[in-house]
Design a binder for this molecule. Structure first.
Ligand SMILES: Nc1nc2c(ncn2[C@@H]2O[C@H](COP(=O)(O)OP(=O)(O)OP(=O)(O)O)[C@@H](O)[C@H]2O)c(=O)[nH]1
Ligand SMILES: [Mg+2]
Length: 210
């Protein structure tokens, strides 16, 4: 099966940690990135829904793992943002732990979309995130978000720069431009998700790698 209808995606649950998530079966693709990078906006753009994922003007508020279902056993995950300075240390630790735990222990996680503001890409924590995924053999799609903020020349230049820099990871890492405002890059995101999700096929027994 190839090609999912992302427009029918619906909210399942918000969990403070992985113990509160539904059974670890099926396939999940998670959206990660610095706070304010545009994760929730990208999910809304992909699913063509205005407020499926809550976009927040107060970064650091969302400390929950938000789970959405595209189809039976096919899920998208909006992860808490990282790197926001003005969050109390204790809170930061708590949600970094939840994030790390999700990334390390969730078996159904099969792909990672890492979103970065095109004007400030590949910060230290972003690089750590990509490196972690490569080490764990999880494929990565990097979306350079808010591409509408740059003129087309600067946009291209930045894309090439990040592509060059990303060769050092020596893994399955693809870099694309994205804009929720201009609906740019939605096709690339959809193709990648279809590709990741269709590596798995539904059988009577559940999911099997094809
Ligand atoms: N110009 C422009 N602004 C965007 C775009 N995507 C998101 N934004 C804005 O960036 C801000 C943050 O967007 P969110 O989608 O809430 O970011 P987030 O990564 O989910 O943030 P946290 O949940 O705090 O981690 C909002 O004010 C959005 O309106 C885009 O493509 N272009
Ligand atoms: Mg968000």
């Amino acid at each position: 099966m190839s090609g999912w209808n992302y427009h029918v995606t619906h909210f399942v649950t918000s969990a403070p940690d992985i113990r509160h998530l539904p059974t670890d079966s099926g396939v999940e693709v998670a959206f990660a990135g610095r706070s304010n990078a545009g994760k929730s906006s990208a999910l809304n753009t992909l699913t063509n829904q205005k407020s499926l994922a809550r976009t927040s003007k107060t970064p650091g508020r969302t400390q929950l793992i938000n789970l959405f279902e595209v189809a039976d056993g096919i899920r998208l995950v909006d992860l808490p943002g990282y790197g926001y300075a003005e969050v109390p240390e204790e809170m930061k630790l708590k949600w970094q732990r939840a994030l790390a735990e999700y990334l390390q222990k969730r078996d159904s996680l099969k792909g990672l979309v890492v979103l970065m503001d095109i004007r400030h890409p590949m910060k230290e924590l972003d690089q750590q995130m990509v490196q972690w995924a490569v080490t764990s053999h999880i494929p990565v799609l990097v979306l350079l978000t808010k591409a509408d903020k740059l003129a087309s020349g600067a946009r291209k230049k930045q894309l090439n720069l990040v592509r060059e820099l990303s060769q050092k990871f020596d893994g399955d890492v693809q870099i694309e431009l994205f804009s929720s405002l201009k609906k740019l890059g939605v096709d690339k995101l959809t193709q990648k998700l279809d590709n990741w999700f269709s590596t798995y096929s539904i059988t009577a027994e559940g999911f099997e790698e094809s």
